[in-house]
Design a protein around this ligand. Structure first.
Ligand SMILES: Cc1ncc(COP(=O)(O)O)c(C=O)c1O
Length: 370
């Protein structure tokens, strides 16, 4: 039997997410990991000791609503909704949030509006559940107006998903535009994966809008990409619906323990976040001194660089950096980006950004003199 012929139509047309950059980083540990927007500082010592203490309990299932309740209480407090754990649910990384949300709301043929560019898994997961993806395109500076969205709304529009700050660009739609979107007759999902680095959140707006859903993660400012924890903030009726599709006991005991300890160490998160912001701003300033390098102002822990004016594709600088021991991400011809001439660098330590700047400077000088 040809089993593949039995695969659903939606899955046949689905593309798997390309995780090659993570594979490469693990295969070559000597490279600096500036490709995945991870935090490049070690986890809080309090997280590590909490994990060690809980190791002798991993023969037990974690509680789905007990420890889980403690975790949700901690998360609610962290986002300014203290005492309201029923406004929170959890995913195995925010990638699982992006799976659970369409699963909860999408019917075959529903349309989903996605800014272009934006985080690529948004295009894939909803399609598996039968959604049709409709691109919303910004102006040349990657800014949107309400009309850009309303022009694409139809009676089948069920959901808008966007990241704020935007991945991979790093800019943000305004709070005003976001509120305007919440007045449309659809679900608005805001992925705040990088929100700590922007010092802005719209979590408070979930009290005002029952169609607003926020996705957050422990993989960025919290520095815990390896524990795989995302969470969703929304009104209790929404959370209750999501919990009906959430895989039971989806969050491991170790993940729960680590996350509670991380939230309790707020000073550690704050200090790392500030270091990243400082390094990001000095990186952008120095990049502007390199002829042809046009960094796009960013509110995340990464900077997208437009290198078209150097007359080289992004791949040229990607290769040069790789050769020097820095793994970054090439965005030539990526969804929503005009052609070749883009690469993105995750903000690491001062030493990392200094090293990257030196390589870029040398390459630009060499290509100008040849
Ligand atoms: C906008 C955005 N959302 C979500 C994720 C994935 O996060 P997680 O590790 O929580 O699955 C990323 C990862 O880079 C991202 O850029």
């Amino acid at each position: 039997m040809d089993v593949t012929s039995k695969v659903s139509k939606a899955v046949k047309s689905a593309a798997a997410y390309n995780l090659e950059h993570f594979h490469q980083a693990w295969q070559r540990p000597e490279l600096r990991r500036l490709m995945g927007n991870e935090l490049l500082f070690p986890p809080s010592p309090r997280v590590i000791s909490a994990l060690v203490e809980s190791l002798n309990q991993i023969n037990y299932y974690p509680e789905d609503s007990g420890t889980h309740l403690r975790l949700r209480e901690a998360l609610a407090g962290y986002v300014g909704l203290a005492g309201r754990p029923d406004w929170i649910t959890v995913g195995n990384g925010s990638m699982e949030n992006i799976d659970m949300l369409p699963r909860t709301f999408i019917d075959e043929g529903d349309e989903i509006l996605l800014p272009c560019p934006d985080y690529s898994p948004y295009t894939r997961r909803p399609q598996i559940f039968g959604a049709k993806v409709v691109d919303v395109t910004p102006d040349a500076d990657f800014n949107y107006t309400l009309a850009d969205f309303t022009a694409k709304v139809t009676p089948r529009t069920k959901m808008i998903i966007l990241s704020r700050p935007n991945a991979p660009i790093g800019n943000m739609i305004s709070r005003e535009l976001l509120e305007d979107l919440c007045h449309l007759d659809c679900i608005v999902v805001v992925d705040e994966a990088y929100t700590e680095f922007s010092k802005q959140t719209v979590c408070d707006l979930v009290e005002k809008y029952d169609n607003l859903i926020i996705s957050r993660t422990f993989s960025k400012a919290m520095g815990l990409g390896g524990i795989r924890l995302g969470f969703v903030v929304a009104q209790p009726a929404v959370i209750e619906s999501i919990n009906r599709v959430r895989v039971p006991i989806n969050i491991s005991l170790l993940t729960q323990v680590a996350a509670i300890a991380a939230v309790e160490d707020a000073e550690y998160i704050r200090a790392n976040t500030l270091k990243v912001i400082e390094n990001r701003e000095s990186f952008i300033k120095s990049l502007r001194q390199i002829p042809g390098m046009q960094p796009i102002p960013s509110q995340g822990n990464f900077v997208m660089i437009n290198c078209k004016k150097t007359r080289q594709p992004g791949k040229f600088f990607y290769d040069a950096l790789l050769e020097a021991g820095y793994l970054v991400r090439c965005f030539d011809n990526a969804r929503g980006l005009p052609g070749e001439g883009f690469f993105r660098v995750t903000i690491g330590t001062q030493q990392d950004i200094q090293g990257v700047l030196e390589v870029l400077h040398t390459q630009v000088v060499m290509s100008l003199t040849h």
